[in-house]
Design a binder for this molecule. Structure first.
Ligand code: PRT
Ligand code: ZN
Length: 283
């Protein structure tokens, strides 16, 4: 049995629980308890604040954790990052008041920068040989310049609207982040086997993300052209139809290409095109 630490509430909670659910692991909501044992897999969820997750995994209280890469980098916990999870995307950026004439990193020399991520910021400043004062603030970093605590900020940005609302502009992206699966180091064989099974299931989830399944009827004469339009995992599946001159063609494509491909397929005579979601892809 292994234990996975996940955020008890906040931005990563819902997608973490959904990810587990999609790979066949159901856990109770954290409202009822701090620990929830799954009935469908030998794992229990430990609900925590995100800041605590890397240390709890490094210390061995949990075997696995789902947390933002920004938190792992900030606390420097000695854990393995097993894979990115495709949600919780954001970046850690430097931002200055929008009226400032920003002309490059030298602008920060001698300035005060407010942040909740002092370690990542200090590492960056040292690497760029910029001497600046780091003011550590735990919440509402974006108001620091307006209230005179700092000249600039270093904070998480996602859409950028918080910066705009506070009269700031993003000038340097320092760290790109998303939610990651982390693991304790030095795992025993049982833990490793369970993690391998989880990774196998997660891969089928990742592969199916943003994919659509297409099914259509096609004149046999257009088959070669259709195969050129639809490069599938190996090649498209072709099935005979009762009418000799027609066949049924199945394929998986990127959702982003859907309408372009549909237009091309219609142009070569495809009919009755069905578009379906793909739940899992197991190679
Ligand atoms: O209570 P707990 O300590 O567990 O949660 P928390 O409040 O510390 O963290 P939470 O839930 O806000 O974020 C958890 C993780 O989500 C972060 O560590 C990031 O990895 C990731 N993430 C993704 C974000 C954002 N997007 C995000 N936009 N974390 C925070 N923000 C905040 C940011 O701090 C800023 O205030 O949103 C604001 C900026 O957003 P935009 O869209 O206006 O640019
Ligand atoms: Zn937190």
């Amino acid at each position: 049995m292994i234990r996975i630490a996940i955020q008890s509430k906040g931005r990563l909670y819902e997608e973490s629980v959904n990810l587990l659910k999609n790979i066949g692991i159901e856990v109770d909501a954290p409202k009822r308890k701090l620990l929830s044992r799954s009935l469908t897999f030998p794992i229990e969820a430990l609900y925590l604040r995100d800041d605590d997750i890397p240390q709890v995994v490094a210390g061995g209280t949990a075997t696995l954790g789902i947390v933002g890469q920004n938190e792992v980098a900030e606390c420097g916990a000695d854990v393995s990052i097993l894979c990115p999870l495709g949600f919780g995307a954001c970046r850690l950026s430097l931002a200055v008041p929008k009226a400032e004439c920003y002309d490059g990193l030298a602008w920060f020399k001698g300035r005060r920068i407010a942040t909740s991520y002092p370690n990542i910021l200090r590492r960056f400043l040292a690497e760029k040989q910029i001497e600046a004062t780091v003011e550590v603030i735990t919440g509402s970093v974006e108001i620091a310049p307006a209230v005179g605590i700092a000249d600039a900020i270093f904070d998480i940005v996602s859409s950028g609207s918080t910066l705009i609302a506070n009269g700031l502009k993003e000038v340097e992206t320092v760290f790109e982040s998303e939610a990651v699966l982390i693991a304790r180091k030095n795992l025993n064989q049982e833990e490793q086997d369970l993690i391998d099974e989880l990774l196998f299931r997660m891969e089928s989830e990742t592969l199916s993300r943003g994919k659509k399944y297409l099914l259509m009827n096609l004149p046999r004469a257009s088959m070669d052209e259709a195969i050129r339009i639809l490069p599938a995992m190996r090649s498209p599946t072709v099935m005979p139809l009762a009418s000799e001159n027609w066949c049924s063609l199945h394929s998986v494509i990127d959702a982003a290409d859907l309408w372009t491909k549909v237009r091309q397929l219609k142009a070569i005579g495809a009919e009755g095109i069905l578009v379906m979601d793909v739940d899992k892809i197991i190679l």
